[in-house]
Write a protein that binds this ligand. Structure first.
Ligand SMILES: NC(=O)c1ccc[n+]([C@@H]2O[C@H](COP(=O)([O-])OP(=O)(O)OC[C@H]3O[C@@H](n4cnc5c(N)ncnc54)[C@H](OP(=O)(O)O)[C@@H]3O)[C@@H](O)[C@H]2O)c1
Length: 171
């Protein structure tokens, strides 16, 4: 490819060693000016970093962890919605790189999915899609059947009972 549509600047966690955010952003702007990428995204960003970045240049997407068990980035999703920036939740199915998936086996999720005649994975993804129109999903899978399940999530309608149950789901 001659040009990538969007590339994320993946930020370290805030408790790691200090880094020069402006220098990293300037490097991204330089490769966009060169035509190698069309849009700059931020990943693992705080709200302050996001606001600093949009003050400096156009940001097209934000990729932060967000799922039913980890809602820390909800305020950033809302900020993106206000700013017209796509929000791409990573770990949408709460993957923990193997082992038991504590989201897909959560009793509230499995009961809701059972009632809606859907799969827990579909209900978890539908909850994310329902949060805002700027949510873009990237569930990871190595399985063709799971890929089909995940791409049919848009057919799932979360009624009020489901919304209430999911909104109050705790780890
Ligand atoms: N920006 C960042 O720092 C960052 C960090 C982490 C991840 N990411 C990105 O986020 C995306 C998703 O991350 P992820 O794949 O680690 O986490 P994820 O989407 O939350 O979970 C993937 C896990 O869920 C399982 N799964 C997927 N669909 C399923 C289904 N329908 N039913 C049951 N299980 C299902 C997969 O197993 P199977 O393979 O068996 O389907 C896999 O174990 C990837 O594109 C990744 O690159 C970005």
């Amino acid at each position: 490819m001659e040009r990538l549509d969007a590339v994320n600047l993946r930020l370290p966690d805030d408790n790691t060693a200090p880094y020069d955010f402006k220098a990293l952003l300037d490097a991204m702007i330089a490769i966009r000016d060169e035509g190698l990428i069309a849009g700059i995204g931020l990943s693992n960003t705080t709200r302050d970093r996001l606001l600093e970045a949009v003050h400096h240049t156009e940001i097209v997407c934000v990729q932060n962890a967000l799922n039913l068990l980890n809602r820390d980035s909800l305020p950033i999703l809302r900020e993106c919605q206000e700013l017209g920036i796509a929000f791409v939740p990573f770990f949408p199915l709460a993957s923990a790189f193997g082992g038991v998936n504590h989201l897909l086996t959560h009793p509230t999720l499995t009961a809701t999915a059972h009632r809606l005649r859907a799969l827990p994975s579909q209900v978890a993804l539908a909850w994310l899609l329902n949060l805002a129109p700027n949510v873009l999903l990237i569930p990871g899978t190595s399985s063709l059947p799971h890929l089909i399940d995940n791409t049919t999530t848009t057919r799932i309608h979360l009624d009020q009972e489901a919304q209430e149950a999911l909104n109050t789901l705790t780890p």
